[in-house]
Design a protein around this ligand. Structure first.
Ligand SMILES: [Zn+2]
Length: 109
């Protein structure tokens, strides 16, 4: 389970950004290929937030599609899971994005 590490990263980031102000809500964007489970991330967020300005904050996770390039025809393929198929039938895909985790929004009290 890598969600705890990710949750701690998010907490670090928003704590720095808030400058110590209490955080009410955080919206996190996660690439679809990172295979993050929303429930697990939310649970870990709650744990990691204890004793930080984000304690008690709610977390929303938004999954953004990943992108890959087809090795056969060069077209870009949108992926919601690590394995996919290009419209040309090619399955050799080079991942371009979809593993990132970013804080899209945060609300401070
Ligand atoms: Zn293709």
């Amino acid at each position: 389970m890598h969600e705890l590490g990710l949750a701690m990263e998010v907490i670090d980031l928003v704590s720095q950004r808030s400058g110590g102000a209490r955080i009410k809500r955080v919206v996190v964007e996660v690439g679809a290929l990172a295979a993050v489970l929303p429930d697990a991330l939310e649970f870990c967020f709650g744990l990691a937030a204890e004793g930080t300005p984000a304690e008690g904050a709610t977390m929303e996770m938004v999954t953004v599609p990943g992108r890959a390039r087809c090795a056969a025809c060069g077209a870009e393929v949108v992926l919601m899971q690590p394995l996919g198929e290009c419209a040309c039938g090619g399955v050799a895909l080079e991942w371009l994005s979809g593993f990132e985790l970013t804080v899209r929004e945060m609300e401070v009290a």
